[in-house]
Design a protein around this ligand. Sequence first.
Ligand code: FES
Length: 204
Amino acid sequence: MSDSFMADWVYTDTVKDHFMNPRNIWKKDENWTPDAFGEVGSLACGDQMKIGIKVKDNKITDIRWLTYGCASAIASTSMMSEMVKNMTLKEAYNITPEMITDALGGLPQHKFHCSVLGDKALRVAIDSYLKEKGLPNPYKEKTAVIICECRGVTDQQIEELVKTDKAKTIDELQELTGFGTGCGKCKSKVNELFEEFRHIYGKS
Ligand code: FES
């Protein structure tokens, strides 16, 4: 890669470093077996993310990831994989794209959405770990955010309905949850989330 190309790049040095030298990549020949893994996105829409975790004493002791995403997705997931090592499951579950982006020193605005797959896949991996071990999952409810105040619809409800194909269209989502049928101020936010989750779960 030429020096002028790198100099013109709009990414921070930290982003460049994690993109050029990604940490904790899941190499096929490594013979690394996770305690659980999570997968989101689809190749059809260009982004796919798989994350494996090892857990001991309620802490993430090791992590690997694979993605077919862009430079921002690679750098974000690499950074996240370093951040969550030795975190408790609760801390790791609550990591947000904003925290990862901050640690990278920022991402261009139009690239922010590329950073959302890693933490989603991580949460799927933690959900899967707790389920396989027959342990309660106290984290899901705690991170739910109410999007439609009039009908009490949360982001997690929307996510679940999209993920399980129960709401394939925005009309189906409205029928199932009643969002937007009160004051109506939540409509654009729900639409935005609906499209985001469809993208994340490879439905669009
Ligand atoms: S906030 Fe959703 S209808 Fe009022």
